[in-house]
Each structure stands twice: as structure tokens, then as C-alpha cells.
Design a protein around this ligand. Structure first.
Ligand SMILES: *Cc1c(COP(=O)(O)O)cnc(C)c1O
Length: 377
């Protein structure tokens, strides 16, 4: 069958996994033979590799990006009575992690231009109770971290990157993971770096934060080498599996190449769509956008989506609801109209297929179809 007639998925993990099958099998065999399944040498090796990749001195792995956010906040001392500022244009986990600490979620809107935190609204949102800020590097585009760092340093606030969509992204030559006081990454399978199940990591250059995350993730146990079963605080059970670490170590070696492939597809989309009505994503000057998501924006989003689907092109919506309007978050007390930029984006964004291993034919077909469809609707 001519691949022109095949449906084009939003993402196809097989394209990258098929080349690495033998390597995965061998590494999993080794984990089985080593009889070390949770934490252990493979996990430590991956932690060092990933934090090194980011340029952060410490990496402490956990079982998800959500847990990485939660434990990083806990390690910074965030708890009941504190406020944490973040944005409504994100995956719900950013807000959940704040609530897991017993802290209060406080939202401010995002910039229209790139949907990252609107730093102009930040200072007036900060109160005596504010303890931390979580900028979200949405779609793989980093927030304005240099400016955020100036504000948080001045006010003594903890700056936690939600880098769950931003493995390998950066600003002014510094990578996500090393742009704040700490960062949380997810290794959910579909992320730019994903395992064969759930996983996550906290990176930081603070020994104190890393040490606290390390014992919080493992039932509050003091580190190995010290007395076993010596629980210094009541913690959590959120450790990384050795198999995930082994798989992630293999995949990390290819991350830069895979990100380059995403960027190349994004550049072709940008060039092809520059005169069309839909608004295109922006990679800010001085940043490296890694296009976890390539989202166009149109007030005719739903008709474009339907027409693309008829042509065999899968699309996604990240995300169809601004977080403050989710039933799960009504208790925060926000209402429709509170964050107009995020709300409008939720109605307009449409994610196009973008993934490493995408063929030129597929890219061309998406381009051709988007051009045709935006004329029709
Ligand atoms: C994926 C994601 C998370 C949560 O990661 P999990 O590993 O699924 O827990 C948090 N924030 C953002 C922005 C994400 O995209």
C-alpha cells in the first residue's frame, strides 16, 4: 500500500523503538539476571546521565512527573497554608501536585504569544503566603526563566520548572532542568523521552533538595549506606524501576537526534503555513523549542480537526479545558473569564502529527492537507 493512503498518527513510538529492540532486550535481560528491580545501579546510572544531560548536578528519579512535582515542592518545604503560583494552561497534574502538598493553588494567565506564564502578572499575585512558582514549559517551549529567576531570587521563592514536556529544551544556552531551583520531568511513554511505563525525575543543583527528594521517594528512609529501615520522616513509595532506567538510558542517547527531527518537521510546517489563517507556534528568540506538541491555533479548530480526520490525519488537543474550568478544580473558586488567554487557547489549539521517524511523505501530506482544509473551512 502506498504510504500516501495510510493514516498518519499523532505520534508513533514504534518508529523509534523498532531500531533499538535488541538493545532493549539485552538490557532487560541484564536487569533480570542482576536481580535488582527497584532503584539500584541502573537507576543511579540513569540519574547521573540525565542530570548530566540537563546540566544539573543532581538527579533523583521517581515514579512519574506528577510525583517529581510533588516531591520537589515537599522538599522545598511547601505545605498547608502555603500558596503556589502556576498557570491554568497545563496538564492537570501541575495543579494536583500542589494540592498533594496540602498547599493552595493560585493561578495566573499565560502569554498569548507562546502560552507560557505571563510574568507581568506575577508580582501582583505574590503574597506573604506564596512559597513557590511553577512555570510550565508547555509544548516544549520554555517559560521566561531568566526573568522569573530574577523575581523569585528577589522574593526568596522556590522556582520549580514543570519540564514534563521539555526534555532537551533550553533558554540562552541553559537547558530545562537547570533553569530554576529544581525541575520535574515525566518519562510517560509519549514524552520526548519516555520509558515503557511511568517514570519521572527531579533535577536540581541543590544538594538539600536532592537529598530530601531521595528519602521522600522511599518511605522517608535515610540513604543507603546508613542503617536500613531507619525512617526519618513519613514519606512516599515512588521509586523508579531498574527496567525503566535501563530503557531510558538507551533512549537518552538518541534524544538530541529525536528532538532535531521534531524541530525539522516544525520548521517545515512553519514555512508551509506562514501565510495561512491559523496562528503558528512561536519559538522565542534565544530558546530551544523541542516541539513535544506542534499546535496551530484557529477559531475554526473543530472543523479543521474534522476535515483532517476525514483525510486520515490524526490530531490532538492539548488541552481542551483550561485547568480552572475542570470539574476537579471547581473548589479553587475560579470561574469562566478569569483567565481569558488560557480559555481561548483551550478552544483554539490543534496539535498536528510530529514525531521522530516521521517520513517526508507524511510531513508533505500533513502540509498539503492543512493547506487544503484551512481553505475549505
Ligand atoms: C505529562 C505531564 C505531567 C505529569 O507527568 P506524569 O508522568 O504523567 O505524571 C505534568 N505536567 C505536564 C505539563 C505534563 O505534560
Amino acid at each position: 500500500m502506498n504510504s500516501n493512503n495510510k493514516n498518519i498518527p499523532l505520534i508513533d513510538l514504534n518508529r523509534v523503538h523498532q531500531h533499538l529492540f535488541e538493545e532493549f532486550k539485552n538490557s532487560i535481560d541484564t536487569v533480570i539476571k542482576n536481580n535488582s528491580f527497584v532503584l539500584g545501579p541502573d537507576v543511579e546510572k540513569f540519574e547521573n546521565e540525565f542530570s548530566g544531560f540537563c546540566g544539573a548536578s543532581k538527579g533523583v528519579s521517581v515514579n512519574s512527573g506528577t510525583d517529581a512535582l510533588h516531591l520537589a515542592l515537599s522538599a522545598a518545604g511547601v505545605g498547608p497554608g502555603d500558596e503556589v503560583i502556576t498557570v491554568p494552561f497545563t496538564f492537570v497534574a501541575t495543579l494536583e501536585a500542589i494540592e498533594m502538598c496540602g498547599a493552595q493553588v493560585k493561578l495566573i494567565d499565560v502569554f498569548e504569544e507562546d502560552l507560557t506564564i505571563d510574568i507581568n502578572q506575577l508580582e501582583k499575585a505574590i503574597t506573604d503566603r506564596t512559597k513557590a512558582i511553577i512555570p510550565v514549559h508547555i509544548y516544549g517551549q520554555v517559560a521566561r526563566m531568566q526573568q522569573l529567576k530574577e523575581i523569585t531570587a528577589k522574593k526568596g521563592l522556590f522556582l520549580l520548572e514543570d519540564a514534563c514536556q521539555a526534555h532537551g529544551a533550553g533558554e540562552f544556552g541553559i537547558k530545562a532542568g537547570a533553569l530554576g531551583d529544581a525541575a520535574a520531568f515525566s518519562f510517560y511513554p509519549s514524552k520526548n523521552l519516555g520509558g515503557f511505563g511511568d517514570g519521572g525525575i527531579v533535577t536540581s543543583s541543590s544538594e538539600d533538595i536532592a537529598a530530601k527528594v531521595r528519602y521522600l521517594r522511599n518511605h522517608g528512609q535515610a540513604e543507603l549506606g546508613q542503617k536500613g529501615y531507619h525512617h526519618i520522616v513519613s514519606g512516599f513509595c515512588t521509586r523508579m524501576d531498574s527496567m525503566q532506567a535501563a530503557v531510558l538510558s538507551i533512549k537518552l542517547k538518541h534524544l538530541d537526534e529525536w528532538n532535531s527531527q521534531r524541530i525539522k518537521v516544525a520548521q517545515q510546517y512553519n514555512d508551509a503555513f506562514k501565510d495561512l489563517p491559523p496562528t503558528l507556534p512561536v519559538a522565542r528568540e534565544g530558546t530551544k523549542h523541542v516541539y513535544y506538541v506542534y499546535a496551530i491555533r484557529s477559531d475554526k479548530r473543530d472543523s479543521i480537526r474534522e476535515a483532517l480526520s476525514k483525510r486520515g490525519i490524526s490530531t490532538g488537543i492539548h488541552y481542551p479545558y483550561a485547568a480552572h474550568l475542570l470539574p476537579a478544580m471547581v473548589h479553587l473558586g475560579y470561574k469562566q473569564g478569569d483567565f481569558p488567554v488560557a480559555e481561548k487557547a483551550a478552544n483554539e489549539t490543534l496539535s498536528l502529527p510530529i514525531f521522530p521517524g516521521m517520513s517526508q511523505q507524511e510531513v508533505d501530506k500533513v502540509i498539503e492537507s492543512v493547506i487544503a482544509v484551512t481553505r475549505e473551512v
